[in-house]
Write a protein that binds this ligand. Sequence first.
Ligand SMILES: Cc1ncc(COP(=O)(O)O)c(C=O)c1O
Length: 502
Amino acid sequence: MAEIKVTKCSTLTGWRYREREKVLWRRGGRAELKHGHKLCLLCSVIGNFFFGVNLYVGPRGLWKWKWSSDEVHIQGLSWSGRAAVEAELAAAEACSGHGRAFLDGVVVDGRPICECNTCYGGPDCSLFLPSCAADADRGDPLFLEPFWKQHAESSAVLVAGWHRMSYSFGDQTTFLSRELESLLRKLHSLVGNAITDGKYIMFGAGSTQLLNAAVHALSPHNSSLPATVAASIPYFALYQMQTEFFNSADYSFQGDTMQWKNTTNTTGDIIEFVTAPNNPDGQLNEAVLHGPNVKTIHDRAYYWPHFTGIPSPADDDLSIFTISKLTGHAGSRFGWALIRNEEVYKRMNTYLQLNTMGVSRDTQLRALKLLKVLVKDGGREIFEFGYKTMSKRWDKLRKTLSMSTRFSLQKIPPENCTFFQKVRDPTPAFMAAYAWVRCEREEDRNCIEILKAAKILGRGGSVFHDNNRYARLSLIRSDDDFALLISRLGRLVSQEEGAKIM
Ligand SMILES: Cc1ncc(COP(=O)(O)O)c(C=O)c1O
């Protein structure tokens, strides 16, 4: 990392010192050099002490954070010094390991405040709030936050004030970074989870934007018969919510695929959402509907080695991915679609143009920087990290619920992982991003309420159009959230009458 100096004067450092040394040596001034060494050492100690103290507590010290630009000097850098110092200061807030401070967070006394994990509070997040409910509701992918803290240097982005101000990229015709596009193709080929040859790539503000763009592109236009949109229960609620919200004359949501499975004489188009692996239950779903009037959107948000085995590369007509569940950067809102058909690509492109004029160029830069970290070692480190974290969590969850007769977990068939075969012993994946819990007792018809009474927040089965006997628990949140979830589940199970003894 570059050395931060808060000073206008300079000491003899680096090459200048070495040059002087060489000259003195050539002149035969060995004695002078010996004394020079001592003098320099003394100066250096005094100087470092002075600047060290000044750096933190001086009139314009780090903690007071009010420097003029000529006082902030990072060796070899000009305009980025202040931004780097600000970013490092926010990142340096430890928040007791139960939170983090952000550059754009609320500033108190000149410093951004700690934003604490659920169930932690106080100015430095050191306060545990014992009566707070364990949060296993949203699929917030903070399980990967420690990985990015370990890779702070390679993943950081510094954005100039004039970065890509234009509506378009240099070629004036597209809204996307060609560099990012080629990196995505490379990533898929390294991981082996999708074939990109012969496919167009489209970026979206998260996969959320692309899901509706795809429905729009696959629907007939100006037809008296809108396309039927369907998904297999249990399905991700957003498909239905979005389709109904946009209320288009070209498509309408018609529920479960099963009701269309045996309908051979449908004249209209059908668009099937296939989620593989599925949210909520982690199954590697396949298309249920087939035929000349059926079009399929494969939602591949979780088709990465930290959530599932990758038996073979997907070669779908239209598949949608997101960095939210790949790198964990849900807040950056970046997703992409792989599209085989040119006409479908053009229609999705029109949607993106009219909707947001493409994806924020700042977001594209961020995604580029993050994906470079992945591609550098072929994804080995992040997927090893993600896989280990998720499999440890699943081990703990299975162990906790193995003593229960009241709650059961979904069965996940083992899938071979072609990705890990390349980098280590093949281990079939028995895990998923979410636990799909079933309340087994006859009287426990509303599983989420049973969990809520035990201070555990999750999502009820009906949200996924399934039975309320099921509840989804998110396993991809922060370490704190997961630890509290296991502790609360453990307590609940231990209170069971007739719980199995370990
Ligand atoms: C199956 C599935 N698809 C899409 C999304 C939306 O992801 P994004 O953050 O990219 O909009 C999610 C988010 O949880 C999801 O679970």
